[in-house]
Write a protein that binds this ligand. Structure first.
Ligand SMILES: *[C@@H]1O[C@H](CO)[C@@H](O)[C@H](O)[C@H]1NC(C)=O
Ligand SMILES: *[C@@H]1O[C@H](CO)[C@@H](O)[C@H](O)[C@H]1NC(C)=O
Ligand SMILES: *[C@@H]1O[C@H](CO)[C@@H](O)[C@H](O)[C@H]1NC(C)=O
Ligand SMILES: *[C@@H]1O[C@H](CO)[C@@H](O)[C@H](O)[C@H]1NC(C)=O
Ligand SMILES: *[C@@H]1O[C@H](CO)[C@@H](O)[C@H](O)[C@H]1NC(C)=O
Ligand SMILES: *[C@@H]1O[C@H](CO)[C@@H](O)[C@H](O)[C@H]1NC(C)=O
Ligand SMILES: *[C@@H]1O[C@H](CO)[C@@H](O)[C@H](O)[C@H]1NC(C)=O
Ligand SMILES: [Zn+2]
Length: 914
């Protein structure tokens, strides 16, 4: 095939762009088309570590080896151009690709260009949706999508988001997928009551409007529920790990079964067609780690297709074909229907009356915190790599880089990683990967700070400040502390350092004395304790003259081990208390007051209550563990704040750290809930905050990691902090969640809650910046002696509504920048307004010489991002024309950019050092 061009201009460069002309399978528009989607679900760690899964090590734990899957599928695809396969987890594909020779790479590239091997989702992993923070999700998607674009160009760009296994679905995830340019989204798990209703109403496929702030269709995402989770229909599993009968098609041999199989298949297809809207249906042909011997699957599917379609000669109207989710989606789009509109989310997820997957919101709280801290360090590391230039990667302290940390963080987003639903040794492996990432980033950070401060004096990071250990500050008479603030605005942050002396003078870099006194009495808040019980009794905001009664205590739910009604026990995934009344640990804690209030509730539960000068929130630092289980009872420990706020069953939780969702006790917005677990069925995930309010008062709790939260009583907010259990919950992990900790007697976990009391109207003005400050913490480093210098990477602080989400080196001369409007459209009188930033006036040391806007996943230019448009049956669709016009900008784009509430804009900047 050749290209013929008439050249009108001599001095013009012609750019030849290869369009990815995926050769779609041909369905028959007069028939019921059954799209078989051959796929494998490869967990990026679960019962085995990610590397054990890749190589097929430790097959005694679980037989699974991803390298063989890819080898085998690539060979099977070459045998017949009709065959299709989709691949999802880039963490594995990347490992495999590195090991292939040029000729295999050529074959694979061709399969991708022809649409026979198609990448779907394309993130480094398939992230968890309940316990992940949006910034880490965007990063892990960016990492995977970039690899695919760098390797395969446009043909490697996934069109469809695919979260077939995560245990409930967050609205913010759908919003991010829409902004990444995906045309649609498919998943497997939703509440069993919701699924039954949707099947009856033919609402298995819908338009999800995933943001209350972004103008439709910016955050609209076509969403489909798959019929069998992600498994094949019963009787049609032909993997080596299955035991269904193969297609036995020689009538001369025993067990000929073609007629029976064809009849069964036709029945299944017609039943499935009853609950979906079009003459296209989808079947997922594969499951966990399947296709290690792809021949088994393909040989039998080839025959199934042949024999089922042969029935068309006899009047059958069923047409089976090899397909992919994007081909299926294309057909749904051509059907030109309207689809039901979904505006809430898919939490909590229950697969039966007593089986609520709400335990994992809190499972492995220390890993959840370490993941969050690692995110903060990674953002700092990325920023300092940009600010310090090439010397940060190779400088006085050696070779440093951010790549291992990026990959470790991406792996940690997997739905059996930060979720806490992996085996113990796999949890250790995730933590080890993060620790290795830290080490490489710390070299980079040391180099960069040396460049920026002009001082090569060795710098230490005190990682055990959480337990008041730092040899340098304890052993030195004069030391300096460097604080790097990764936020684009000034923050107030209290620092506690272990020291060995009794009298210190603290000065800033200009030699000015600073306040270094911790005090219980401040200007903004007053907290009272009941002297008789030692418990909190009230909270007053002195600025607004608001006052509430507030008690706080710790309780534990007695974990169910299963009972006659249901054998379901509490475990890593599932929360099922034996009784709805939690057990109080102590109604009269011992308290002592010394610049702060210490409460000892039991040998394994204590708390420090602090107020800092100049801050508007109450800090509750809790320490829980080792949770005793010698009494034979698993324990799920909560902290509960009981106030006199009239919350009337309503409470509010964030979605992946961004938009806020309204929750109501014993209620679901989209169906009539039959509540069967009064506690577990009311738990929701939070990533950064929860609140309750009435007309006058709002109490907001900002957390330092993802947790489960509920409001069971009027005025009350409870947060699950730690879990130690004695039973497995039969969801495959086959290990009770009982983290051993340092001394094998149970893990001790410490964390912080920040509590605020404000009028509801101004609450967001405070909790938004406070929550971002918890996520992106100042990085502290210490040096012997005095360090003279201040440095700011920015020319000036950004406006309060703007969050600097990403600053990361993309190539030698380009930087990826994401700016985010951090307020929702109607939550703040002051800040919920469009805000404009001048990119040229952003950085102090970098001059921007070019800028191009990208999709949120940074794998497409914004002007090329054209998504399929879908019509919801209700709700307006203020439409494409406006959006496209706004996105299309002449090159070079103006330096002034405007952000609407909740908008994130992604730019590739070409930069020069000033
Ligand atoms: C079609 O029906 C006829 C008559 O029942 C039968 O002989 C033939 O085998 C059928 N063809 C197929 C492909 O099943
Ligand atoms: C889609 O349906 C609408 C009516 O809902 C109709 O006006 C339009 O022409 C249809 N588009 C196509 C491509 O069939
Ligand atoms: C603290 O000071 C004492 C006495 O000056 C000394 O013995 C001890 O080693 C110091 N502790 C640390 C951690 O340096
Ligand atoms: C906790 O639950 C167990 C059953 O799992 C029950 O035997 C025990 O009495 C309960 N203990 C308390 C203190 O409620
Ligand atoms: C709680 O424990 C009691 C006593 O062992 C038992 O009778 C009851 O069925 C348990 N309930 C649940 C939900 O585990
Ligand atoms: C303190 O932080 C370190 C990581 O810096 C972590 O390993 C340790 O578990 C934390 N300790 C507590 C009690 O939370
Ligand atoms: C995608 O990768 C190609 C090279 O394969 C590159 O030319 C192009 O700029 C990349 N697109 C984006 C949006 O980064
Ligand atoms: Zn999975």
């Amino acid at each position: 095939f050749s290209l013929l061009l008439r050249l009108h201009h001599f001095l013009k460069t012609y750019i030849f762009t290869q369009f990815c002309d995926r050769n779609m399978p041909k369905p028959n528009c007069l028939m019921l088309n059954v799209h078989l989607v051959p796929h494998t679900h490869d967990d990026v760690g679960w019962l085995k570590t990610v590397d054990q899964y890749y190589y097929g090590g430790r097959n005694d734990i679980q037989h699974a080896g991803v390298q063989y899957i890819l080898d085998s599928v690539v060979a099977a695809l070459q045998k017949d151009p009709a065959r299709r396969f989709i691949y999802v987890e880039t963490a594995f594909f990347y490992r495999w690709w590195k090991q292939q020779n040029p000729s295999t790479r050529r074959v694979v590239t061709q399969l991708v260009e022809q649409g026979r091997l198609e990448f779907i989702n394309g993130g480094w992993c398939m992230s968890d949706e309940a316990t992940t923070h949006y910034s880490a999700v965007i990063d892990q998607m960016t990492l995977g999508l970039r690899f695919l674009n760098d390797t395969f160009g446009e043909c490697g760009r996934p069109r469809v988001a695919w979260h077939i296994d995560p245990f409930g679905h967050a609205r913010e995830h759908a919003s991010l997928f829409a902004q990444m340019g995906f045309d649609g989204f498919f998943f497997g798990r939703l509440d069993y009551q919701d699924k039954a209703r949707r099947m009856k109403a033919r609402e298995m496929e819908m338009v999800w409007r995933a943001s209350q702030s972004l103008k439709p269709p910016a955050a609209d995402l076509f969403t489909g529920v798959l019929p069998n989770g992600y498994n094949p229909p019963p009787g049609f599993c032909w993997d080596q790990s299955c035991s269904d009968a193969p297609v036995q098609d020689d009538p001369d041999l025993d067990d000929y079964n073609v007629d029976m199989l064809v009849a069964t298949f036709l029945n299944i297809a017609s039943a499935q067609a009853q609950v979906y809207k079009t003459n296209h249906i989808v079947m997922t042909m594969g499951s966990d780690f399947q296709y290690e011997n792809a021949n088994l699957w393909y040989k039998n599917m080839d025959k199934l297709i042949r024999y089922v379609n042969a029935q068309q000669a006899n009047g059958s109207v069923v047409n089976v074909l090899y397909s992919t989710p994007s081909c299926y989606l294309q057909e749904l789009h051509l059907a030109n229907l309207t689809w039901p509109l979904k505006t809430d989310d898919f939490f909590p997820y229950a697969d039966d009356a007593h089986d609520f997957w709400t335990g994992y919101f809190t499972s492995r709280p220390a890993l959840k915190r370490y993941e969050r801290l690692s995110n903060s360090l990674l953002q700092t590391c990325n920023q300092l790599e940009v600010l310090g230039g090439a010397k940060s990667r190779s400088g006085p302290f050696g070779e440093g880089h951010s790549d291992t940390m990026k990959r470790a963080m991406a792996v940690a987003q997997h739905h059996d990683a930060v979720s806490g639903t992996e085996r113990q040794h796999v949890a250790y492996d995730y933590a080890k990967r993060l620790a290795t990432g830290w080490a490489h980033c710390q070299v980079l950070v040391r180099n960069s700070l040396a460049v920026l401060s002009g001082s090569d004096v060795p710098r230490v990071f005190c990682e055990n400040l959480n337990i008041s250990v730092c040899p340098l500050t304890e052993g030195s008479k004069k030391f300096s502390m460097n604080v790097y603030n990764p936020l684009a605005r000034v923050v107030t942050w209290s620092v506690r350092l272990p020291v060995n002396g009794t009298s210190y003078s603290v000065t800033d870099s200009n030699g000015k004395e600073m306040d270094s006194q911790v005090s219980v009495c401040v200007c903004y808040l007053k907290v009272t304790f009941d002297p008789a019980t030692g418990l909190l009794s009230g909270l007053t905001n002195l600025e607004t003259q608001q006052s509430i009664q507030l008690t706080q205590n710790f309780y534990w739910y007695n974990a169910s081990g299963g009972d006659a009604e249901s054998r379901q026990a509490s475990g890593a995934y599932i929360f099922r208390p034996n009784s709805s009344t939690p057990i109080s640990i102590n109604q009269n804690p011992n308290i002592s007051t010394l610049q702060e209030v210490r409460q000892q509730f039991s040998p394994w539960v204590s708390q420090v209550v602090r107020l800092y000068n100049g801050s508007r929130e109450l800090e509750l630092e809790w320490t829980v563990g080792p949770v005793p289980v010698a009494d034979g009872l698993g324990k799920e420990v909560i902290t509960r704040l009981d106030s006199n706020i009239s919350s009337a069953g309503y409470f509010y939780t964030d979605s992946n750290g961004r938009e806020v969702m309204e929750r109501r006790k014993d209620y679901r917005p989209t169906w009539d809930l039959k509540q069967t677990e009064p506690i577990a069925g009311n738990y929701y995930p939070i990533n950064s905050r929860a609140f309750i309010k009435d007309g006058r008062n709002q109490m907001t709790v900002v957390t330092d990691r993802s947790q489960g939260v509920s409001s069971i009583y009027n005025g009350s907010l409870e947060i699950m902090l730690h879990r130690r259990l004695l039973h497995d919950d039969v969801r495959g992990v086959e290990e009770p969640l009982s983290e051993p900790g340092e001394f094998a007697d149970g893990l001790v976990v410490r964390g912080r809650l920040l509590v605020m009391l404000t009028p509801p109207e101004t609450a967001a003005d405070m909790h938004r910046p406070l929550a971002q400050g918890m996520v992106l913490q100042p990085m502290l480093s210490f040096q012997e002696g005095a360090l003279p210098r201040n440095f700011s990477g920015l020319q000036a602080a950004l406006p309060p509504a703007v969050h600097l989400l990403t600053v990361s080196q993309w190539s030698n001369d380009s930087v990826l920048l994401r700016l985010e409007h951090q307020y929702e459209s109607s939550e703040s009188k002051t800040y919920s307004l469009p805000v404009t930033v001048n990119l040229q006036k952003l950085f102090s040391t970098l001059e921007i010489v070019g800028v191009s806007e990208m999709s949120l996943g940074a794998n497409q230019w914004k002007e090329d991002m054209k998504r399929l448009q879908w019509k919801p049956s209700t709700g307006t669709n203020t439409h494409a024309a406006r959006q496209t016009a706004a996105f299309h900008r002449p090159y070079p784009t103006p330096w002034e950019i405007t952000l609407q509430p909740m908008e994130i804009r992604t730019f590739l900047l070409r930069v020069q050092r000033r």
